[in-house]
Design a protein. Sequence first.
Lengths: 325, 317, 319
Amino acid sequence: MNQKKVIDIVRNNGIILVILLLIIITSIIERNFLTFNNLLNVLRQVSVVGIVACGMTYCIIGGAFDLSVGSVVSLSGVITILSINAGTNEYMAILYGLLAGVAIGIVNGILISSIDGRTGEAFIVTYGMQVVVAAIALFPSNGLFISGRISPGFFKSMGQGVMPIVIFLCLAAFMEFVLVKTKYGRKMVFIGSNLHVAKMSGINVKFNRITFFAISGLLASLGGIVLCSRVTSSNPTVGLNFEMDVIAAVVVGGTQLSGGKGSVLRTVMGAVIIGIMGNALNILGITAYHQQIVKGLLIIVAVGMDILNKQIKLREMAHDTVFAG
Amino acid sequence: MKKTFLIVLSLLLVGTMVSAAGKKEDDGAKKIFMSSAYYTAPYGAPLQEAVKEKAAALGYSVQIVDGEENADKQLSQFKAAVADGYDALIYWPGDQASSPPLVEYLNSTKLPWVALNTVVDDSVIDLVPCMIASDEVEIGRWLGRLIIKYFKDNPGKTKNVIYIEGSPGSSYTENLTIGVNEILKGSDINILNDHQYAQYDPTKAMVIMEDMLTKFGRSIDLVVVQDGGMFQGAYSAIQAAGYVGKLGLLCQGQDLIVREKLLDGELYASVAQDPFTEGALAVEMLDKVIKGETIEKWVATPTGAIYAADVDKYRWF
Amino acid sequence: MIQSLPDKKKIVTFMLENAVSVFLVGFIIFMVFTKRSFSTWDNIVNIINESSIYGIAACAMTVVIISGEFDLSASSVFGWSTVLFTLCCNTIGIVGAFFITLACGALFGAFNGYLVAKIRIPAFVVTLGTMISIKGLAYVVTKAQPINTTNATLRAIGNFHIGDISIIPIVYLAVILLFFWFLRYTKFGRDIYATGGNYEVARLSGINVVFSKFMVFTMLGAAAALAGMMYGVRIKAGWAPYGQDLSLYCITATIIGGTSLLGGNGGVHKTVIGVLLLAVLFNALTLLGVSGSMQKFIRGLVLITVIMLDAVVVKRQRE
């Protein structure tokens, strides 16, 4: 009986055990790894990806995905820093940055819902948007990093200390609550699992889908602003290939790409897992490129374990059903 | 609704293209075409600005396109330019290894051309009419000399250095490291970390610096960074961790943040590599090639140490 | 007597159905009149050459998409292949290099195919993982340095021309014909359409869907390797980040061409139009003197416009 329980725990949370193993090995080799400071560092490092991944989770549960988030991260940073440098009040500057993200999200949403797009159309439209927005982010400075003239204040504090972590985790908790406990969240799941039926059930599908993209854009711009605050400058190309990291976090966390199912909290876990792995390998002195090999395999193993587990469960259930009666 | 949308979108598209096309003037001035592998890099913007300035001053019109670090793309771009009747070409290579076919092609066009910033592959270096680039090894040597000078000015029990590099495989990164190692050979200066590559990205530099602080903490005496962008990232990490003033800082770069920290006294020194000078030099040399004058095959962008007192002698970006 | 549609409506319907081709033709006409250099033989050769390398992989990607999946790792297999090919050219000669690189690409593809077809891990996840890992591998093997080769045979192949056309477009053409033939005229090809169209129905009617899906990924791996080798023929160098944008390019060309991401329809001939459109667009933007950032902006706009047009057309057909 106990043995079965242990096996169950291993199978259900396989990926966590792999990471635990890595953590144990690293902390033996390197004393400073398991310190409070380092773990805080890791959480801070994944906050930006995490914030954006929360938005992406909503998008994916709703049945699409948003490849433009990387460029939105770049653009919002550029807008915010430029505004601050031009003397705008820092709260307004942040607002402008956020508005840019929401606006882009809304455009994505309108384009995609007007053609009732599914995965394919969402892919191309948001990819096209990614290219367009990346170009816009480059217009002001042509590639120069814009150094922010930032005095201590709210904006600066967004990227320091525990603020990014607090923003990330509070956001994730709130979004999970909305997903699980509110009508809006249920609508999202419904639309994601069966677009056709959802349309016929009287829900304003088009409007809701636009909101999913708007949220994704909003969170992408929030992530971009936090990132800028951490580095106190804006890098117009910082978001290049960012969307892959974000989707990886969502996927490792266990949310399915087909839509209709998922959890923001699991995405948080996914982001943290990837972050800890990167940190451990960094500290062990393993170069970035060796890390990439491990990271790619990790993604496959994480999801693979989950899927194999489900298949075994199904077979067990069938087995039990046959032999129960 | 959809139809109007589409019409608007299509009009927007056509409008952008026509207006972009309309901008080109055919005024008889000689036309220069430049393909930049690193169009969007921070170094690229001031360099390209300087190219445009100098070209205008000398009476040329110039078009610069983004080669996106892709040699195949750059080759196609040059072929298109040649078909379009451009008079002279500037080539900013991506990586060394892929440059030979382009060098050969550019020579085969019989048009005047120069290469800029990234040094081409050894096998074809003699085939380039003029190479305008920094002596990257010399820049590295300056970093090395400044490291030694720092420890002379700030003696202590240990001489521990954290060294953050750009991208492996990039000639800039490799050559700088060769120069640094050359000068530091035989000294008792200790580089704490294995190769750490921030790939010219401030965010990556920040993450690396955070992890290095975790691993080595108080034992770090000096942090050396290969360019200004990465310096910004590393500095953010150092500031956030409260280490400003507890360790020395050294970098290469003429970014505004570098200037600021030099004047603050937090940055010990920087090493020069001036994109404005490089861009202007490139056009000057191209002008000479067009006119058929004899020129050197290699024109080195000047470099040297920049201290706080020297700040006004340079252009910052 | 059956009343035929008024001619105007027929024309509009035709134009919308072939929106992409119409756009291409219109754009070419626009360019011919705007820029004399566009229609020079040199420039046309340039366009053909430019579209050939990625086009090879685009054909194979189309097959994967028809089967109902897609593959992000093609970029990394491409980059890896440039590395492996260059390394082998420097050590064991070009013939060995060719076979080893091709086999390796097929192997990576088979790895993807096995995980997707047999273990049923979503293609996005598997190919995202292999994309990251294979690229890392390519970096590690060359210690992140780009490498090049001066292999004389490779040079000779690169210099080989029929008229002004190098060997690369010829290989591209061969690939197009090969894929077109087997998609349309073999059972294997028809099975792929069926698998993509409706997996369950196909499975129940006896088609070996697992084998179909497995093979399409393997073919894409080989095609990406071939494309990488063609890159090697042109540039004679190899480095991990070469071809980074290949996967998205191929998927874009396929969808623009008219093949649906849902699977079950489309064809290689359609993708060829998509590839041509992208090549003409990039070429035109350079010729028109459009600056770097503006080029990206326009490219993105074109993508969005074309897909919207296409979706509107498909919707009309459904109604």
